[in-house]
Design a protein around this ligand. Sequence first.
Ligand code: GLU
Length: 461
Amino acid sequence: MTDAAKIVTRFAPSPTGFLHIGGARTALFNWAFARHHGGTFLLRVEDTDRARSTQEAIDAILDGMSWLGLDADEAPLFQHQNAARHVEIAERLLNEGKAYKCTCTPAEVEAMRETARAAGKPPRYDGTCRDQNRDGAPFVVRFKAPQSGETVIDDAVQGRVSTDSAQFDDLVLLRSDGSPTYMLSVVVDDHDMGVTHIIRGDDHLTNAARQAQIYAALDWQVPQFAHIPLIHGADGAKLSKRHGALGVEAYRDMGYLPEAMRNYLARLGWSHGDDEIFSTAQLVAWFGLEAIGKSPARFDTEKLDNVNAQHLSMADDAALVAETIAQNAALAGFEAQLTAAMPLLKSRATRLPDLAADAAFLAATRPIGVDEKLQKHLNDETRPHLAALVEKLETLEDWQREPIEALIKGYMDENELKMGKLAPAFRAALVGSSQSPGIFDVFALLGKNEALSRLNDKINR
Ligand code: GLU
């Protein structure tokens, strides 16, 4: 742990949509980095685009972060509330001759862009007002970007990224209505919040160069940038709805655990040796920018399922029992059996709803309903065997999986029966469907009285 008190990171979402997988990963990396260094993690809602920012999106982001356990150290900051400060800094740049008023009309600027395009150059403002300091209304305030030399960013992931400064035109800092632009607001807020490390998607790399120029003009220390490659879909293309472009609440609703999501998201671009499954405490202990990869990670639902299954198998039984009852109220009176069954249920489950589905047989009321497909296994051939077995099982004192299995297998050997013959009949009588743990576990979990009663129900039609 180095520079403990000094490290400040932030997650700065624009509240125009849900907290999707990419945003959640960015938030996680900033959170883990701050926690690793004993630093501070802040949340800034970039709501300057008032038309596109919605309360619904703000709520979705806050809910998503709280579900993922990514707690910020201070109340969220809303960027639009800092507008006066952003304007103040633009005026400072104006006064210092590092920005200028531009009275070119939008049509004129568009014409300049068109000319550049026609000459095969990137569309840009041509600097007409740069040295004139023209007064007049309406005007925008433009940044006097350096016209020569290199703009260099020392990025913790991308390395040294150098751009020919001549490539950048003079960007607008204040619009004609006096409102600050995104590029200005980001720099001022990051500076004022004391942000030391900016970890975000590499779609912001070009912005970073422009922002570095503004930092330099203000004589402010440029934060350490770390631009992480964007996440690709399983097919290598952009993330699709099927592959990760959903909001994190959709993953919560599908029954993924927050600790599994943190584990999985961490592995989208970051690694610690060959470790695939780790706790959040381990993530915090291990996390560092040096282990973020340069190539895009792929979102893979199968892998997420696998990570979730492993975290489920390690999760606290009591918490899973409560969750299972929340998912299926019919199980409310079966807490003791659920608790006994949980080690087995969670070892078989991929997502939370699997627990309730696998446990549903416990709460079935007698006589239990039987799926049509299974009904045929309760027939004149199987019923006498079930009856004979009920008699034997009644004498069994130790109602545990192993002795039950031994007794039933012994009977089948004596009668030269195959398990495939009787197992579906047991399943029909005890479960009524194909969804449950293995049949000997079902016997044990139901308890002697209930198991034998269910069998008797189907023997004595
Ligand atoms: N608000 C920006 C976004 O949601 C992020 C800006 C930043 O991290 O600097 O893409």
